[in-house]
Design a protein around this ligand. Structure first.
Ligand code: DO4
Ligand code: MG
Length: 295
């Protein structure tokens, strides 16, 4: 069972985004207010309470038919599981491989990355709003003032306003390594821009998996050929999901809920940069595969 968001079209209402509940491959429409209440103050059942409130009209779609390009006008398609008022944040340097990559790309050696890797306080940064975030099969973007770009495949955590962890999805923290490497103060520009974040395909409720032991596979295809493939596991993350979530909510609040990306452990070799036309696939064990095309 899982939560999803999708775009649908009716002649009367036009294009609308809705929440859906996935059960055995069928998607049932959920009422917006009920999901909002769950994102704000869920009880101990978390997202699972939604299984009881699916509209009684039967399934609206199959998950398979929603897993399609989002721009086929009038055809329903999966969307990123975020809604107006939500934010996306990210943790950095949570895997040793990311620490080494940041230090290597930094103009001055990046000693601060070595320090933050072992510090009590993690690196946390604002990543995206819903309008900068794309869903499955949609196009992620490269900045035209960047020369070195990578996808960052990350376990993403959906957290309610009351701090309860609700579930997990797949995230892509698209990043400019040339801008980030030039000066750490440029980090927001390396990380936050239109189409810099992708999320989906569905949110798996907490309790169905162990977030600290999930395989992650990143595959980048160029002209149909594999240009990069790498594998890691969230078992290699230096911090726990609860620890990162705890720091995120210190002196901070998210009235509509928040998605937290937990950092990348996969870094393509230095000579690799994404190109327009590449296809990115991020598979996280027990969650699913997030596919995006580079615009
Ligand atoms: O410190 C820069 C960002 C690192 C990051 O996004 C990651 O490790 O995933
Ligand atoms: Mg990252």
């Amino acid at each position: 069972m899982a939560l999803c968001r999708f775009t649908t079209y009716t002649p009367n209402a036009g294009e609308q985004k809705k929440w859906g509940w996935v059960r055995e491959g069928q998607v049932y429409t959920l009422d917006d207010e009920t999901v909002k209440a769950c994102l704000q103050h869920p009880g101990p059942q978390g997202l699972n309470v939604l299984a009881e409130v699916i509209e009684t009209t039967g399934p609206a779609f199959t998950l398979e038919e929603l897993d399609t390009l989002p721009d086929r006008f009038g055809h329903p398609a999966l969307a990123a599981p975020v809604t107006t008022g939500m934010e996306v944040w990210a943790a950095g340097v949570t895997y040793e491989s990311s620490k080494f990559a940041r230090m290597a790309e930094s103009a001055d050696g990046g000693d601060f990355y070595a320090k933050v890797y072992v510090a009590d306080r993690p690196e946390l940064f604002f990543k995206a709003t819903p309008h900068r975030t794309v869903g499955p099969n949609d196009r992620v973007r490269l900045r035209n003032d960047s020369t070195w770009d990578v996808p960052e495949p990350e376990l993403a955590v959906l957290i309610a306003a009351n701090t309860r962890i609700l579930g997990f999805t797949v995230g892509n923290d698209m990043s400019s390594r040339s801008i980030e490497g030039e000066n750490p103060l440029y980090l927001p520009q390396a990380k936050v821009y239109h189409g810099a974040c992708a999320l989906g395909p569905t949110v798996i409720p907490v309790g169905q998996l162990d977030p600290q032991n999930l395989g992650i596979i990143l595959t980048i295809r160029r002209g149909g050929e594999v240009a990069y493939k790498g594998e890691t596991s969230t078992a290699r993350m230096r911090r726990t999901v609860e620890e990162l979530a705890g720091w995120l909510f210190r002196a901070n609040g998210f009235p509509m809920g928040v998605v937290l990306l937990t950092g990348t452990g996969l870094i393509p070799p230095e000579e690799f940069t994404l190109q327009s036309g590449d296809d990115i696939s991020i598979e996280i064990e027990k969650i699913g595969t997030l596919r995006n095309h580079v615009a």
